[in-house]
Design a protein around this ligand. Structure first.
Ligand code: HEC
Length: 185
């Protein structure tokens, strides 16, 4: 008799343990991606501040910040948004699921830019040089990046100056947020 009762109670107990674990996993995933996003925002602010002259330029801090963004984009970003974690109370729209291809393309596009920035930062000189500045990579007389593009293909990120890479990265942050992020109060 006692055994029978235990046999019915036990599975229920197991189910609630499993559910509780699933719930806290979900919360942990949401929290981790939000932390990761905040770290990227801080890193982008650090780099922008150096280029704007609001913060002293420091090659090591530039490297660390660029690496922070690189490591959190691409596959790491994609892995942070499993289907079961989308929607309220998180700021991730459920629409990410039906638009996976677009979401992942954005995550990979920003990673390509972040990789180029991180590789510039690896070789960062002790002072900001002109070739790191916005506009310095333009083809003579053509304005290939900011004005008319030479063709449909995008410019090779390796040839884009660091400051411009940062602007393109920030555009990708905004593109993804305007499409896939929701306000939750
Ligand atoms: C491919 C899509 C995508 C890209 C690219 C992206 N984000 Fe996000 N970001 C999101 C989504 C979705 C959320 C909502 C996450 C949540 O609340 O679970 C978010 C949330 C945030 C948050 C709020 C975190 C919090 O505490 O709730 C910040 C800050 C942020 N992103 C900064 C950035 C920055 C800076 C970049 C670029 C360097 C960036 N994001 C790139 C999709 C993206």
């Amino acid at each position: 008799m006692r055994l029978a009762a235990a046999a019915t109670v036990l599975p229920l107990a197991c189910v609630s343990v499993v559910l509780a674990a699933a719930h806290s996993d979900r919360d942990a995933i949401i929290e981790a991606r939000q932390t990761s996003m905040k770290e990227m925002a801080e890193a982008a602010k650090t780099i922008a501040g150096m280029f704007d002259g609001k913060r002293a330029y420091d090659a090591a801090a530039f490297r660390a910040a660029a690496e922070t963004i690189r490591a959190r984009t691409g596959p790491a970003l994609i892995a942070g948004f499993p289907s079961a974690t989308l929607g309220a109370p998180s700021g991730a729209k459920p629409d990410i699921d039906p638009a996976r291809a677009e979401f992942e393309a954005l995550a990979r596009h920003i990673e390509t830019l972040a990789r180029a920035l991180a590789s510039d930062a690896e070789r960062a000189p002790p002072r900001i040089t002109d070739d790191m500045r916005m506009g310095s990579g333009l083809a003579m007389g053509g304005g290939s990046l900011l004005g008319k593009r030479p063709g449909p293909a995008e410019a090779d990120p390796a040839s884009i100056p660091a400051e411009h890479l940062l602007h393109l990265i920030l555009q990708d942050c905004s593109s993804c947020h305007s499409k896939f992020r929701q306000r939750v109060e």
